[in-house]
Design a protein around this ligand. Sequence first.
Ligand code: B12
Ligand code: SF4
Length: 472
Amino acid sequence: MNKFNHVLALNPYFGDSTALIGLFPPTGLEYISASMKGLVDKVTLLDLRHERSFQDPKELSKFIRNEIDLLCVSIRWESRFEDVCDFLSQLPPEVCTIVGGYKATEEVEYLFNRCPNIDMIVRGEGEEIIKQIVTDVPYKDIRGLSYRENGGVVHNETHPLPDLAHIPYPDRSLRKQDYRLVKYGLQLSSHTFDTVLTTRGCPFKCKFCTFSLNPLGQKRTYAERPIESVIEELKTVTADVVLFSDDNFFTNPKRSEQLCDLIIENKINKIFVVQARIDIAKHRKVLDKAQKAGFKVFLIGIESPHDRILEQLQKGITQQQVREAFEVLTRYDVYLHGYFIYGNIGETEEEMLYIPKFAKEIKLDSISFQKLRVERFSPLKEVVEETPGYYYTRIGGSVYSDRFGRKELKQIRNRIRSAFYDLPQVIRMIRKARRIGLASSRDLADVLFKLPLILVGLGRRKLRKRRRSSWK
Ligand code: B12
Ligand code: SF4
């Protein structure tokens, strides 16, 4: 007989968000659910983005009281963290509640104080840990677990990172819906979306990045899943577009090439989206195969056009190398998106405003740009603390300076955006998206038709945001 009968795996996020966030499934929670399979009688996965009635904590509590004997919640993001805490605190305290996820791991003490109904927190990657919790392993013997005992909290030692060859891939059978591009309740594309993780960790050491640091401050060693298991998983994926959410899909070009070969051989017809470094441009054979295998969108971390800043960020690339790489990449029929960071230490206004110009020079189709951020374990934290005139107001928040405060950086952001996204660029993006099959003519006509409603939604969101900030 199993220790638990009916487990609820809960993605507690819903409400105001960007369309991109609604696009992807709660991968971590699906990994956890897959690991519990066979060890509990039943798992129900609720993604609150798609469960309107359960967005009311009273309704959800009724369901939990009637059905559930273990509640597993994933807390992953900085954004909406307090809302999630408020929501969780309204759920039945008598049902055993475990939380896990990147943000939960960062905020263990805070969460135990803030949400009295949380019984346990799983720190770090949770596949092995959850298996021990739902079987009869005594809590004191489960590494990676923090739990309440005699009015206090016990933190067990850290769990070793799981071996990727031995963990099952996400359990998609628990989904009640497909994932689509939806904004203000309006569907913007006919495509369905999914994510697949083929590796964890990244061997590079960019100073601003915590992607490859787990929230315990340990560098996540780069680890690969067996490619056969990736192909087996891909065969079960029904979505049209798949994001390989590896930090850098091409870390091991030989393996990437093999994966492309197997995708072609197995006739897996999808649009693949990958995160990459410019280094991939050196591997033409891999690029040729990737194009053939359906890799159509490359999300590339460039961070800055300035060598001084690239060096400061320890990105390991130079402006000239970026230019050379894009000369190669633009020969392929792929959509190229670049990530940039502005507001770097010592960066002048002029330097920040060069981002859109540079992005056009190297022929990027689209860009996103973020303020420099400080995370608890990012190596950049110390640099900011030691640099006079620079500061951050909270962990996970942006870096400001005496010269560039919130207001100044917001103005610069708007100028970067309008300089890049002019009409010719928007037309170029649409044409490219159509040509490579990312969006059909019907999708585009549909978006145009829905444009007035999207603008109304945007206006409402801005109003809500303004009201919220005037209450604070
Ligand atoms: C892919 C990705 C995305 C995708 C989302 C894909 C998806 N499926 O959700 C997209 C592109 C949409 C995205 C967006 C953003 N992302 Co992102 N993203 C990632 C990335 C690279 C991988 C996520 C993933 O799939 N991990 C694999 C799964 C298996 O890991 P996991 O979710 O952590 O789950 C494991 C454990 O945490 C734990 N666990 C999780 N839940 C639970 C629950 C229980 C009960 C238990 C026991 C265990 C457990 O076990 C799981 C299995 O090991 C991570 C970095 C990373 N390496 O994790 C950043 C990361 C999660 N993103 C981050 C950020 C900041 C963002 C953005 C805010 C960026 C931006 N400014 O726009 C946005 C918006 C997010 C939001 N909601 O507001 C940060 C979060 C930091 C923080 N504390 O807030 C991360 C950690 C990157 C970083 N270091 O900066 N992201
Ligand atoms: S920015 Fe990219 S390449 Fe650099 S450490 Fe992070 S994931 Fe790795």
